[in-house]
Design a protein around this ligand. Structure first.
Ligand code: ARG
Ligand code: GLU
Length: 738
């Protein structure tokens, strides 16, 4: 804990520095960032952003189902997030007759809003530094395992005590700066969250995978939900009794538009980043891990794409799998380019050299000179095993669909071996159900082709302590491998018609046959090898790496007292700030900060699965029926970019102006700068947002749901504008409106 106090103090002294990056803890903004934010244009107080004593903007920020962010935009619990965040809920309510993914959906009354069992919305009650309590009884010299067990016991005790004091809240303790700091998160969890509206996918997912991570962008990536509470305005499970939640605070929506240079702030739940890796590990990622993972996915994606382009049924079955596989694949490629383009490795090495110098001259950093070298060494030694790990994950776990599916027969096989009849019947029923849902979106030939393409990549990559079935296949030549893989697929009963009846009729003999099938055995062997050899081997490095990283991040602010440091993203509430700004994409290519509906129309390809458009949008464009949402020139804004430091999990985050009013909905980053998870460079790192004017235009004009807009508080002047009118003195002597 003492260490962290030093860290905060030294950071606190560095207010003069310009933060070019960062995902900051909202409760520390007053201390660390507020002066700079004000200089950049912020007009509200730090207490307005985060406070435990009064309502603040944080009361309007929602962690949406644990993975995305959302925000409350009316006093009746209206909730805004991305289309891709609400996608599975929209999908679940869709059928052939009511295809909401295709046609969009707008509830006309509260009664038409659709419940979503399992979906939850969490609102932060307070954040509290509990490092002292968590670290009590530990000291630096203790071995990590023992230290961990003390820490875990302390956390458990703390959580139990809090739950007893106030059972209405949920509690969690999170680790920051590799365990230098622990923060308690107290939150309210709402389990009745209903779907209110969504645009058609041709708007909400416009440009799909081709435009994913791309700027200039033209996607209306939003959907609308509502949080419900019990009649006392407290969280409750779904009930007809429930009423719209009245939040302590909701965001005002500003439709006066943005200009280049405007202050912006993103308030949300970024998932994970790796900002303090040594150059050596960034090199591993860029030169070894990313290329290996990309190579596997290149194969999968090209096989899927070839079939999806010519077969409509395949396209429907595989669209969302394709989107998932291509999302990270594309980001990894962008990371490689961004690291090269910004010369990040060389710059990180310079920073490391500076750290070494500082350690030599600063008595507080005695013994830290070799820290980076030691850390780099650990990462280098870990590399071969890490590479095996990525190959297993990409091939055996996520790549070959039937391999992952096969792993699920463990319970059936165990029940048969134990001779437990009741368990066997139950497992057989489960197996039959799993077969059905797996087959719904599965194509045997495609999966076989994928397996033949990527299993050899795994076989060539693994070498440590291989079980026979893997070693044998590894030893074969390319042609034999292909034949074997085909045989494995043919012999796997659970991939063929009739399995369902057979497993229900005769579970015992089917369990035996599955256990004997080579596809099952191979997948199982790969899985077991992963845990017994790969993960176990890696764990030997993990604690050493974590404690060296902890030492490093604690030493950095001592070495560079003028530089502010922020903790890596870890799915906790953060604030990033920056300004609206285009960028130079490459030599002679300059990107503007804003796109317009005219650009949506330019990309339109009738009938295409990524770039088709609803006729109504085209009609609205042609008649220029934009309501109050167009800019002064009569153009309809769609998306914009800014310099905020964001990552996965920030999807759906509100983007706020200088007055804390909602101007944008975050949904992506620009490809050229996605290496910001490891290395942020303000010249090309940009977050991508839908302009709130486009969101409202679609809700109002395309969806015909004007009543939703009426629920919101709209602001029609830019933060600068009312400042001007004040300066002119027109209203200076009038009493302030309440
Ligand atoms: N790139 C965005 C993110 O990381 C959007 C992903 C969803 N869209 C897609 N085409 N896969 O979540
Ligand atoms: N689309 C991402 C998400 O779902 C946000 C983009 C990013 O990685 O910055 O959270």
């Amino acid at each position: 804990m003492k260490k962290y106090v030093v860290l905060i103090l030294s950071v606190g002294l560095s207010l003069g520095a310009i933060a070019k990056e960062g995902m900051w803890l909202p409760q520390l903004i007053a201390q660390l960032n507020y002066d700079e934010m004000q200089r950049m244009g912020l007009q509200i107080s730090a207490e307005d952003i985060y406070s435990v004593n009064q309502s603040s903007l944080k009361d309007a920020i929602v962690h949406f189902n644990g993975g995305c962010t959302a925000e409350l935009i009316s006093n009746k619990g209206l909730l805004l997030t991305n289309h891709h965040c609400g996608y599975s809920q929209i999908q679940k309510h869709s059928s052939l007759e009511h295809n909401y993914l295709k046609d969009g959906f707008w509830a006309q009354t509260l009664a038409e809003e659709k419940p979503n069992p399992g979906l939850y919305a969490a609102i932060i009650d307070r954040l509290e530094d509990v490092s002292n309590q968590v670290l009590a009884g530990t000291n630096q010299s203790q071995v990590t395992e023992k230290r961990d067990s003390i820490i875990n016991a302390n956390i458990k005790g703390l959580l139990a005590k809090l739950k007893e004091e106030n059972p209405a809240l949920s509690y969690e303790v999170k680790d920051f700066f590799y365990g230098n700091q622990y923060i308690l998160i107290a939150k309210k969890i709402f389990n009745d969250v209903r779907l209110v509206g969504a645009p058609p996918s041709s708007i909400g997912k416009y440009g799909a995978d081709t435009d994913n991570w791309v700027w200039p962008r033209h996607t209306g990536d939003f959907s609308v939900f509502r949080v419900y509470a019990n009649p006392d305005n407290q969280p409750a499970n779904y009930s007809e009794e429930n009423v719209p939640y009245q939040p302590a605070q909701h965001l005002k929506v500003n439709i006066a538009g943005v200009e280049e240079g405007d202050f912006t702030m993103v308030y949300g739940f970024p998932g994970s980043t790796q900002q303090y890796l040594p150059a050596a590990e960034v090199e591993n990622i860029i030169e070894v891990y990313n290329p290996a993972r990309i190579a596997v996915r290149d194969e999968i994606l090209s096989i899927l794409d070839a079939k999806m382009r010519v077969d409509e049924a395949t396209r429907l079955r595989y669209a969302s799998k394709y989107a998932r596989i291509s999302n990270s694949w594309k980001r990894w490629k962008g990371e490689i380019l961004g690291i090269a383009r910004t010369d990040a490795i060389a710059k990180l090495k310079e920073e490391e050299a500076a750290f070494k110098m500082a350690s030599k001259s600063n008595p507080k950093l005695k013994g830290k000179e070799s820290l980076v070298t030691e850390l780099a060494d650990l990462y280098k030694k870990r590399m071969p095993l890490s590479l095996e790990r990525f190959h297993y994950i990409e091939v055996g776990y996520f790549g070959i669909e039937s391999f992952r599916y096969a792993l699920g027969f463990g319970a059936l096989i165990a029940a048969a071996e134990e001779g437990d009849e009741a368990a066997l019947t139950k497992a057989a029923e489960q197996a039959a159900k799993r077969y059905q849902s797996f087959m719904k979106d599965y194509e045997y030939q495609l999966d076989l082709q994928v397996a033949q393409a990527i299993l050899p990549m795994y076989l060539d990559a693994v070498s440590t302590d291989l079980p026979d079935i893997i070693a044998d296949l590894k030893g074969e030549d390319a042609e034999d491998r292909q034949e074997e893989i085909e045989d494995f697929f043919e012999d796997a009963l659970f991939l063929h018609a009739g399995f369902e009846e057979k497993v229900l009729d005769n579970p015992k003999s089917m369990a035996k046959k599955i256990a004997k099938s080579e596809l099952y055995q191979l997948s199982r062997a790969m899985y077991d090898h992963y845990f017994a050899v790969i993960a176990a081997g890696l764990s030997e490095y993990e604690s050493a790496i974590k404690s060296k990283q902890a030492e490093y991040v604690a030493a950095l602010p001592i070495a560079f007292p003028e530089k502010p440091f922020y903790p890596d993203a870890n799915s906790t509430l953060r604030v990033a700030y920056g300004q609206v700004k285009g960028y130079e994409a490459k030599d002679a290519v300059e990107y503007n900060h804003q796109t317009y509906l005219s650009g949506v129309i330019e990309k339109y390809v009738p009938g295409d699965y990524e770039f088709d458009l609803p006729q109504k949008l085209i009609d609205l464009y042609e008649s220029k029926d934009f309501g109050p949402y167009a800019n002064e020139e009569g153009k309809m804004p769609v998306c914009f970019v800014a310099t905020n430091h964001t990552t996965g999990g920030n999807s759906g985050s509100p983007v706020l102006n200088a007055k804390g009013e909602l101007i944008g909905l975050n949904f992506d980053r620009a490809w050229d700068g996605v290496m910001s998870d490891m290395y942020f460079d303000k010249s090309i790192c940009r977050n991508v947002m839908v302009d709130l004017r486009y969101v409202l235009f679609i809700i109002d004009k395309l969806g015909g749901a004007h009543y939703l807009v009426e629920e919101m508080d709209l602001v029609t002047t830019r933060p600068g504008q009312d400042e001007d009118s004040k300066e002119e003195g027109t209203q200076q002597n009038l009493p302030q409106a309440g």
